[in-house]
Design a protein. Structure first.
Length: 303
């Protein structure tokens, strides 16, 4: 999962733009694949296979650079554990909420984690809440309300609120994991963080299979294996992009994953996004980009 990076307001090189666009495409593919299996399999199982098949690539990346033994010895175990559990909660709730909402709307709601960071940071990190950031967050939360608002025919149906509640919960835990990154010791690099999270996620969700398990078909197993492959590819592409370009300059391109998600949702399930929800998505994206330009944007989605 991506760290928070200070922003220097400079233009992004074309190579970085291409890399971040490819990364967002990979993340949108992950979301679409996850929804295709989340309709038939419990979210803990989907999360387990996403973690399991991402474990080997994460280990391979972590073996470059410092020796693994040294990384383990120097690791901030407490900080990494809190971060892994909060991020695992975000992933599980996201997969649980996917069957209940159009894919594009689901992804846009989770992106509101950036706005939740603004609200939570003064409480958990003792940072000052600046008026411009508070205003951007307020507009973004209005956007969330517009996206999650069921139409009048379903407003009184409890079932209609399950997806939005789960996805807002995912954004909340995602925001906590982003904040936790700022608390982890600087000796822990991003590859160590990804490997630890993937390992903890595999163990925790593996234990949960005793409570909720549906034997996957060979087709579903392939799809869940691809989840891990595309998620790892997205993380690697994103890391390369932010090594060469600034977070603020690249932030607008992060939200192309919402466009891809909406397109995949339409092609695969015939999902459409209403005019009110489109306005809400625009408010979420616009306010998040405004926050990014002030240096508080996470580098990418939490998957």
């Amino acid at each position: 999962m991506p760290p928070i990076t200070a922003v220097r307001h400079s233009a992004a090189p074309p190579r970085s733009i291409a890399l971040i666009l490819a990364s967002m495409f990979c993340f949108a593919v992950v979301d679409a694949l996850a929804k295709s299996v989340a309709l038939d399999y419990p979210p803990n199982e989907v999360t387990f296979f996403r973690m399991l098949f991402g474990l080997l690539p994460a280990l391979a990346v972590c073996l470059h650079g410092k020796p693994l033994r040294q990384r383990i010895r120097q690791m901030d175990w407490r900080g990494q554990s809190i971060r892994a559990l909060t991020l695992l909660g975000a992933s599980g709730l996201f997969f649980a909420g996917l069957p209940y909402m159009p894919l594009g709307e689901a992804v846009s709601i989770v992106y509101s984690e950036t706005l939740l960071v603004i609200v939570l940071a003064p409480l958990l990190l003792k940072e000052t809440l600046k008026p411009r950031d508070a205003l951007a967050a307020a507009f973004g939360f209005v956007g969330v309300l517009l996206v999650v608002r069921p139409d009048q025919a379903h407003a009184s149906n409890t079932q209609a609120w399950i997806g939005p509640v789960l996805l807002i919960g995912s954004a909340f835990f995602g925001a906590l994991s982003i904040i936790q990154i700022k608390r982890i010791r600087a000796t822990d690099d991003s590859s160590t963080t990804v490997l630890f999270f993937t390992t903890v996620g595999t163990l925790v969700t593996g234990a949960s299979l005793f409570f909720a398990w549906h034997a996957p078909s060979s087709e579903a197993l392939v799809i869940m294996a691809l989840l891990g492959v595309f998620a790892t590819a997205g993380q690697l592409l994103m890391t390369m992009a932010f090594r060469e370009g600034d977070a603020g300059a690249l932030a607008p391109y992060n939200y192309t994953s919402i466009v891809w998600a909406a397109l995949f949702g339409y092609i695969a399930w015939g999902e459409t996004i209403g005019a009110v929800a489109l306005v809400g998505i625009a408010l979420i994206v616009g306010s998040s980009i405004a926050v990014a330009m002030r240096g508080k944007q996470p580098e990418g989605p939490l998957v």
